[in-house]
Design a protein around this ligand. Structure first.
Ligand SMILES: CC(C)(COP(=O)(O)OP(=O)(O)OC[C@H]1O[C@@H](n2cnc3c(N)ncnc32)[C@H](O)[C@@H]1OP(=O)(O)O)[C@@H](O)C(=O)NCCC(=O)NCCSC(=O)Cc1ccccc1
Length: 330
């Protein structure tokens, strides 16, 4: 019998990544690959659920029933994205409780973008257009991530984000073509959300601690700066169609690069937001902790229900069908 050595495992893993095959939960993987995935997927999941807060702030104040219904569905989608992502992290052996605990105690991050306030109704449109737009630009390549469960979760998430982006665009277009005051409100929202959206892609490549290794493992397919540039190039013509301007006097087409040049990003602001000093960091994390505490009874009830059914199932004679749940009989 031949013994499989650690070297054999590494060779098989490297070959699978090189051949663009998916790594699945039961496959051997380097510890650092697992840890990187847990870090990124957890941060992504946390961003989805904290990201519900800025827009949910406007559900009760949406300007029409149609806009309210759309916004409720969108915010609910974000919760669903969080659940797919926590499930993907669970396949790596990390429980949801552990991840939420790390979020609540500040040991794991969530996206910087959700630490900015939503001051007017137009912010909901700007988030859909710019924040969901940036999220899609970053996440479409993640559909080809080397880790199977993450890649598959991203396919569905991207489809929904794409709808979110269009609804944001459509909402901003309505404001932009509305009264002068509505147009001004849309422009003000874009002015405030543009630069934080560019920061969503992470630090510049030469300061990105994880990019090189994550790209070698094909977790990330493009660098932070590449995706940021792609996003800027996509947004410029869309802003023109919206009749809105992007708040960057240095933004201009560079013929020789085949891309738009843009002005410097305020990385000091980015670092401050990551340190917890953004405009809404305290509010977001406190609200999240409170929501978790308020939901304790739901978790307890679900656990009690599961225990009751496990007991019932054990008492069932072998081969007898499982009792139908209320949902199944309805
Ligand atoms: C690109 C990056 C975010 C960062 O690249 P990496 O290779 O991982 O890191 P890198 O070495 O470049 O950075 C060094 C350190 O800086 C951290 N950091 C960097 N950037 C940020 C940041 N912006 N905010 C906070 N922290 C950031 C980074 O974690 C690392 O810290 P660590 O060493 O862990 O302590 C990557 O993780 C990724 O693609 N994630 C998946 C996508 C994802 O998470 N999307 C979230 C938005 S979902 C959404 O919007 C949907 C929605 C829309 C509307 C409404 C509601 C929901």
């Amino acid at each position: 019998m031949t013994t499989v050595t650690a070297e054999d495992h590494t060779t098989a893993f490297d070959a699978a990544v090189a051949a663009d095959e998916r790594i699945e939960p039961r496959d051997w993987m380097p510890d650092a690959y697992r840890a990187t995935l847990v870090r990124q997927i957890a941060q992504h999941a946390h961003s989805e659920i904290i990201g519900m807060q800025p827009e949910a702030n406007w559900i009760t104040r949406a300007p029409s029933l149609r806009r309210k219904a759309i916004l409720m569905a969108k915010v609910q989608d974000e919760a669903g994205h969080g659940l797919y992502l926590y499930s993907a992290a669970e396949t790596l052996g990390t429980g949801r409780d552990e991840l939420l605990d790390k979020l609540h105690s500040g040991r794991q991050k969530y996206s910087s973008i959700f630490n900015y306030p939503t001051l007017t109704w137009a912010d909901v449109g700007a988030i859909g257009w710019l924040v969901d737009g940036a999220a899609i630009t970053n996440q479409v390549p993640l559909c080809r991530c080397s880790y199977g469960p993450y890649a598959r979760a991203m396919v569905r998430i991207c489809k929904e984000e794409s709808f979110h982006q269009r609804q944001g665009y459509e909402s901003l277009l309505a404001l932009s073509r509305g009264t002068p005051a509505q147009h001004e409100m849309a422009q003000d929202a874009v002015n405030r959300w543009w630069w934080p959206s560019l920061m969503m892609f992470g630090p510049p490549d030469d300061e990105s601690a994880h990019s090189a290794q994550s790209m070698a493992w094909k977790i990330k397919r493009h660098s932070n700066d590449e995706l940021r540039q792609r996003f800027v190039d996509i947004c410029v013509p869309q802003a023109e169609s919206l009749g809105l301007t992007l708040p960057d006097p240095q933004l201009k087409w560079n013929e020789s690069r085949g891309h738009h040049d843009f002005g410097p990003i305020d990385w000091t602001e980015f670092r401050e937001v990551l340190k917890g000093n953004g405009p809404c960091n305290d509010q977001r994390i406190n609200q999240r902790r409170q929501a978790h505490e308020d939901g304790a009874w739901v978790r307890e009830a679900a656990a009690a229900y599961a225990t009751k059914h496990t007991t019932t199932d054990t008492a069932r004679p072998a081969g007898a069908p499982a009792p139908l749940t209320q949902e199944a009989t309805a």
